[in-house]
Design a protein around this ligand. Structure first.
Ligand SMILES: Cc1ncc(COP(=O)(O)O)c(C=O)c1O
Length: 364
């Protein structure tokens, strides 16, 4: 007899990440260099300071990591002008989204998100068996007015990714401040800032302010993007100590590994790598916008390290054509965009290869 999973798991669509290079090479029997513009990694690679630290401490991996992540939390507390009790580290920031769902959602409560934003909170809520309040986007942005108007007594978590993955649009300080002020205090607002390091605009919200005002917010950051540590899986959340303590109850022991903690500490100090990565990303976006305009395809100017491109035709054809030409991008049909691809910004030569491949595929 088959052993039955909980019934609410049946409808869940397993999260599908961007395809790994090895898988595409194997499936399509491709040889030679394949470029991956599918998961918004840093195309320049890991922070050199982090790499150096990993090499130095690699021999220690026979030891369990510091379960409390003492040194990393100290460093992050200093960065955010909070105490280590305000911080939780996770096996990637997605783990913290999951922990927040496990900690706060009862099956009769609701998680609210924009329809078309990052998928992980939806999965977290579905695992609990908790209905989701899906709010339509407005002009490719979170519709904060509609979110506010849709809050009910059952709303427990509101998830906001800023910028939104996969669209790359941003909420600015004034509008987010107005929103947070109006959200009732029985709601936890998760503000996911995975791409914040790419943004230099003064209008980008300082979400630490909400915390110092005593609001129930959980701010998420990651080392997977500008720091180039996606393969190590490490991210963190900043919140009130009571929220961090509650979430600690659902955490598995040693959820972040020894080398990840060490690398993250080093990466925070790698200002050269951060600034260089930001410059390469900005230049890459500028180049891609110019070329995408020539190709007459619709795209959304992005505040992150990826761009949303709508081809006005089934994106699978474009995706397959790009893969045949050794460029992996990301289909986003499950986000509600059947004709679009999310394409990470690469190095200058990767961006050129992408454009050359698109020119071949789209030529009349
Ligand atoms: C909005 C958003 N949050 C979280 C993540 C995942 O980050 P991590 O690698 O830290 O789990 C991503 C990754 O693509 C993302 O786009």
């Amino acid at each position: 007899m088959n052993i039955l999973p909980r019934p609410n798991l049946e409808a869940i669509k397993t999260y599908k990440p961007g395809k790994p290079i090895e898988e595409v090479a194997r499936e399509l029997k491709l040889e030679g260099k394949i470029i991956k513009l599918a998961s918004n990694e840093n195309p320049l690679g890991a922070s050199p300071k982090a790499l150096h630290a990993i090499q130095k401490y690699a021999h220690e991996i026979f030891l369990y990591p510091d379960d409390n992540g003492y040194y990393l939390k100290e460093k992050l507390a200093e960065k955010h002008n909070v105490t280590p009790e305000n911080i939780m580290i996770g096996n990637g920031s997605v783990e913290l989204i999951y922990f927040a769902c496990l900690t706060y959602l009862n099956p009769y409560e609701r998680l609210m998100r924009s329809n078309g934003s990052f998928m992980m909170p939806k999965i977290g809520a579905e695992v609990i068996g908790c209905p989701i309040q899906e709010i339509p986007l407005r002009e490719y942005r979170h519709d904060l007015e509609r979110m506010l108007a849709s809050i009910t007594a059952q709303t427990k978590i509101i998830y906001i990714d800023n910028p939104i993955n996969p669209l790359g649009t941003c909420l600015w300080a004034q509008e987010l401040e107005r929103f947070i002020k109006e959200v009732p205090d029985y709601v936890l607002v998760i503000i996911d800032e995975a791409y914040n390091d790419y943004i230099t605009a003064a209008e980008y919200p300082d979400s630490g302010k909400f915390l110092s005002e005593g609001k129930n917010v959980l701010i998420l950051r990651t080392f997977s993007k500008i720091h180039g540590l996606a393969g190590l899986r490490i991210g963190y959340g900043v919140s009130k100590p009571e929220i961090i303590n509650a979430m600690a109850k659902v955490r598995t022991p040693f959820n972040t590994n020894r080398l990840a903690q060490i690398a993250a500490i080093a990466a925070l100090d790698d200002i050269t790598h951060i600034k260089h990565s930001r410059r390469v990303n900005e230049a890459g976006k500028k180049y891609l916008y110019k070329e995408l305009k020539k190709l007459k395809v619709f795209f959304i100017p992005s505040f992150a390290n990826f761009v949303f491109v709508n081809f006005a035709t089934d994106s699978k054809e474009i995706f397959d054509g790009l893969q045949q030409r050794r460029v992996i991008t990301r289909m986003i049909k499950e986000y509600g965009f059947p004709n679009a691809l999310r394409i990470s910004i690469g190095t200058p030569s990767e961006n050129k290869k992408l454009i050359k491949a698109l020119q071949e595929i789209l030529k009349p």
